[in-house]
Structures are given as C-alpha cells and as structure tokens.
Design a protein around this ligand. Structure first.
Ligand code: VGL
Length: 218
C-alpha cells in the first residue's frame, strides 16, 4: 500500500510502435491518435502511478509469426523488425516518454517466436515484466495500447495470471479493424475473466456498449 491506502499501480503501455500506426507495416486504425491520448494521460496522471513501462514487439526471426501471405490471425505481415524504424515507439508517444523519468523501463518481446503478452518480454537487463513489477511491489496495472484484441488482451491476461488487479483503459487503446465487432467481444471476455474495463477520460454516455459503461479510472 502507498500512503493513500491504494495498492501501487503501474501503467503498462503495450506496443505503441510506428508499424502498428497509420503508415506502418501492420497499421491499426486510430493508432497515432491513441498514442497522443496516452501521452496526455501520462502527463496528467503520472504521479498516480508507481511505475510507467512500455512494451515493444521486437522481431528478429519470429518464424511462422511472419506469414507470406499472412492470415491475420496467427501470421502477420513483416512488422516491428528489431532495430528498424517501424519498431520504434510512435512519435506521438515519444513526446511523453522523452520527459526525464517518464518511462521507467521498456520490455521487448518476440525476438524468435510470436509473443503477444508483455509478460513474455524482458528489459535491457533481461528481467521479465512480472518480476520487475513484483520487485517494486506493484499490485495493480492499467493496460493501454495496441492492439486491444491481440497484445493488449494478452498482456491483461498475463497480468491476471501474475495475480495483479487489472484495468484496461479502453479510450487509450486501438484495435485491428477486422473482424467487425471483435473489440466488443474481447472486452466482454476480459470483463468475464476479471479485468476491469474502464476509461481514462469521463465517459460521454449515450451508447449502451461496453466502451460507454465503464467507470472513470481514478
Ligand atoms: C500485435 C499482431 C501481431 C499487437 C503484434 O501488438 O497487438 N498484433 N503482432
């Protein structure tokens, strides 16, 4: 617990990389705007987090994860090649993470096989995300980023498996466009499995879907 009595919470920013945004190799609609909203959230809410970390897809030779042709389920176009411009964090996020101390660590994953969950990643010293958070007594995480139905979902489930309390802030996520309706199915599944679906900004109301219903994350 921290002095305010709430468990230490980390923000986990998943795969906000140029290849997953407009103009990239595997673009997700709204990826660039998602990066901007995450930057704004970091600027506004940084003091409320015990740590802020990011993950990066970082492929060297991920085998069947790269498909020719890809099926967009288990195989994908070549993306996030280690060290390439497309693997860099998106520039709309970079404006926030360049603030000294804004980002506490980066966890890279997927060098030699598909790795959707950030909990399969490791920092520059080889420490995994789960151990890193545990050593800082983090008990809860907010998961945001790209793509909701792929790496955000896997990272949220990975966090649950670590025994963490998990929120997904849906207004700070972007999802693959196909198949239509996938985001809602994903959010329902996550909610059923114990993930809190919330928003960083106050919901505007009106719609009756999951994305309008969640409470604001304090
Ligand atoms: C992702 C598809 C393939 C993601 C990564 O970051 O969500 N999606 N590789």
């Amino acid at each position: 617990m921290n002095p305010s009595g709430t468990p230490p919470r980390a923000l986990v920013v998943v795969d906000v990389q140029r290849d997953f945004c407009e103009g990239g190799a595997l673009p997700v609609p709204g990826g660039g705007a998602c990066a901007t909203r995450i930057s704004e959230h970091i600027a506004r809410a940084r003091d409320g987090y015990a740590a802020i970390v990011a993950t990066q897809d970082w492929h060297i030779d991920p085998g069947a994860h790269f498909g020719d042709p890809p099926d967009f389920v288990d195989s994908w176009p070549v993306h996030c090649v280690a060290g390439s411009p497309g693997a860099e964090l998106h520039e709309n996020l970079a404006s926030a993470v360049e603030i000294p101390g804004a980002l506490d660590a980066i966890f890279r994953k997927g060098e030699h096989a598909a790795a959707y969950s950030g909990f399969e990643g490791h920092d520059a010293e080889g420490v995994g995300l789960g151990d890193w958070l545990a050593s800082r007594h983090v008990a809860a995480v907010d998961v945001v980023g790209i793509a909701t139905s792929a790496c955000v979902k896997a990272t949220a489930l990975g966090a649950l498996a670590q025994g963490l309390a998990v929120r997904v802030l849906v207004d700070l996520c972007a999802d693959l466009a196909d198949p239509p309706g996938m985001t809602e199915v994903t959010l329902r599944e996550l909610a059923q499995r114990g993930v809190e679906i919330a928003t960083a900004s106050p919901p505007r109301g009106g719609a009756d879907d999951l994305t309008a219903a969640p409470r604001r994350a304090e």
